[in-house]
Design a protein around this ligand. Structure first.
Ligand code: SAH
Ligand code: SF4
Length: 347
C-alpha cells in the first residue's frame, strides 16, 4: 500500500547507502540520489535522470516521495509574491517572496494554523492543524527560491520564519529545516541570513541558547507591559516580559546572535509616549539590535486600527531621540493579503 512505504526524505544518508548496497548498487548512487532530493530539489523518482530506469522503478516501489506543491500564486503590485502551498495531506500553508533592490527574502510558515490566538493575527484565528515536517519547510524555501530565480534571476538572500505558526513550538523541525537550508548538501545559505520570529516562549528561547544556534531571533513584543501584552497575546500569561528578558539575555550570552524586537503600533493601545517609555525600558534590558515598528495590517476578525502617520512618526522620533535604534517597517503585499499577520489561506 502506498501509505506504508517509507518516506525517502526522512531517512538518513547512511540508511540510503545501506539500502542501495543491499540492492547491489554502486556506492556513488547514494550521493547522486541525495543530491536529487536535497540539492536539485527533484519532486519524483522519475526526475532522477542519471539513474537507470530499473533503479528509479525500484525506488518508487520501495519509497514514497511526498513533496510540497504550489497550489496557487498571487502577485502584488509591489512585486511581492504570495504562494499557497499544498501539503501531501491536503493542508495548506502560505509563503511569501519579498523582493527589494538588495534582498530577496522568503517568509515561510512553520505550522498549518497556530495555537496561540494572538488577537491581531489572522493565522491565530485558524485552528492549529499540525506542525510542518522539516522537509516541508525546506520545500517552501526551495520553491520560493525557484520563484526568485525565475522572477529576478537572483537566489534568495534572506529567510524569515514569519509566516504561519510559531516556530519554537515546532522546534525539532524548525532546527532540521535550517540545518538543510544551511548545509552545502542543501541550499548552503549562511545562518546569519536567517531570522526566526517568536511570540515569546521563554523555555525554548533558552534552548536555542543551549543549542548554540547561529541564526537570529526576533521577538514579537507588541506591548511593553504585561497587562497590555496579555490582553493581545495570551501566551504572555505564562511567558511574561521578565521571563523573556531573562531568556533573551541567556540566548545572547550563549550565541551572540542578533536579537530584534517587533512592535506593531495599534491606535490608542500601545502608541502613546508612555508606551514608548516602557518600550525603551525593556530595550535597555536586552542587547537588542533594532526595534522594527510594524504597521498594523487590518484583518477581518479584529477591531484594531492603526495610528495616524503623524502618531507613528512621533513614536519613532521619540525612540530615536532616546538613542534607540528603531526602524519603521513598511508592509509589503497588502493588496493580496500577503503582509505580516494576514496569512489565512483566504485567496
Ligand atoms: N509566530 C511567530 C512568527 C509568525 S507571526 C510570531 O508571532 O512572532 C510573524 C510576525 O507578524 C509577528 O511579529 C507577528 O506579531 C506579526 N503580525 C501578526 N499579525 C499582524 C498584523 N495584523 N499586522 C502586522 N503584523 C502582524
Ligand atoms: Fe501565532 Fe505568531 Fe500569529 Fe501569534 S502572531 S497567532 S504566535 S502566528
Amino acid at each position: 500500500m502506498e501509505t506504508e512505504k517509507r518516506n525517502i526524505r526522512r531517512i538518513t544518508k547512511e540508511e540510503l547507502s545501506a539500502y542501495l548496497q543491499q540492492a547491489g548498487e554502486k556506492k556513488f548512487r547514494t550521493g547522486q540520489i541525495w543530491d536529487w532530493i536535497w540539492l536539485k530539489h527533484a519532486s519524483s523518482f522519475a526526475d532522477m535522470t542519471n539513474l537507470s530506469n530499473a533503479l528509479r522503478q525500484k525506488l518508487a516501489g520501495d519509497f514514497s516521495f511526498p513533496s510540497v506543491k504550489i497550489d496557487h500564486v498571487q502577485i502584488s503590485s509591489d512585486g511581492t509574491i504570495k504562494s499557497s502551498f499544498l501539503l501531501h495531506d491536503g493542508n495548506k500553508v502560505e509563503g511569501v517572496l519579498i523582493p527589494t533592490e538588495t534582498r530577496q527574502t522568503a517568509c515561510i510558515s512553520s505550522q498549518a494554523g497556530c495555537s496561540l490566538n494572538c488577537k491581531f493575527c489572522a493565522t491565530g484565528y485558524l485552528e492549529r492543524k499540525r506542525n510542518l515536517d522539516f522537509d516541508e519547510i525546506y520545500d517552501e524555501v526551495c520553491l520560493i527560491n525557484q520563484q526568485s530565480m525565475e522572477s529576478a534571476g537572483k537566489k534568495l538572500t534572506n529567510i524569515v520564519y514569519m509566516g504561519m505558526g510559531e516556530p519554537l513550538l515546532n522546534y525539532q523541525n524548525m532546527m532540521k529545516s535550517i540545518e538543510r537550508i544551511t548545509s552545502p548538501e542543501g541550499l548552503a545559505m549562511s545562518p546569519r541570513r536567517i531570522t526566526v520570529s517568536t511570540s515569546g516562549i521563554s523555555r525554548m528561547i533558552k534552548k536555542l541558547g543551549d543549542d548554540k544556534v547561529h541564526f537570529n531571533l526576533a521577538l514579537s513584543v507588541h506591548a511593553a507591559n504585561d497587562k497590555k501584552r496579555s490582553q493581545i497575546m495570551p501566551i504572555n500569561d505564562k511567558n511574561d516580559l521578565n521571563s523573556l528578558v531573562e531568556a533573551l539575555n541567556y540566548f545572547y550570552q550563549q550565541t551572540k546572535n542578533d536579537i530584534t524586537f517587533e512592535y506593531i503600533l495599534f491606535k490608542d493601545l500601545n502608541d502613546s509616549l508612555k508606551d514608548a517609555d516602557e518600550l525603551i525600558k525593556l530595550y535597555r534590558q536586552v542587547r537588542v539590535k533594532v526595534i522594527n515598528l510594524i504597521e498594523y495590517n487590518p484583518i477581518d476578525q479584529a477591531h484594531f486600527t492603526k495610528p495616524s502617520m503623524e502618531k507613528i512618526h512621533a513614536f519613532r522620533d521619540y525612540l530615536t531621540k532616546h538613542r534607540v535604534n528603531a526602524h519603521l517597517r513598511v508592509s509589503r503585499g497588502k493588496d493580496i493579503d500577503a503582509a505580516c499577520g494576514q496569512l489565512a489561506n483566504k485567496g
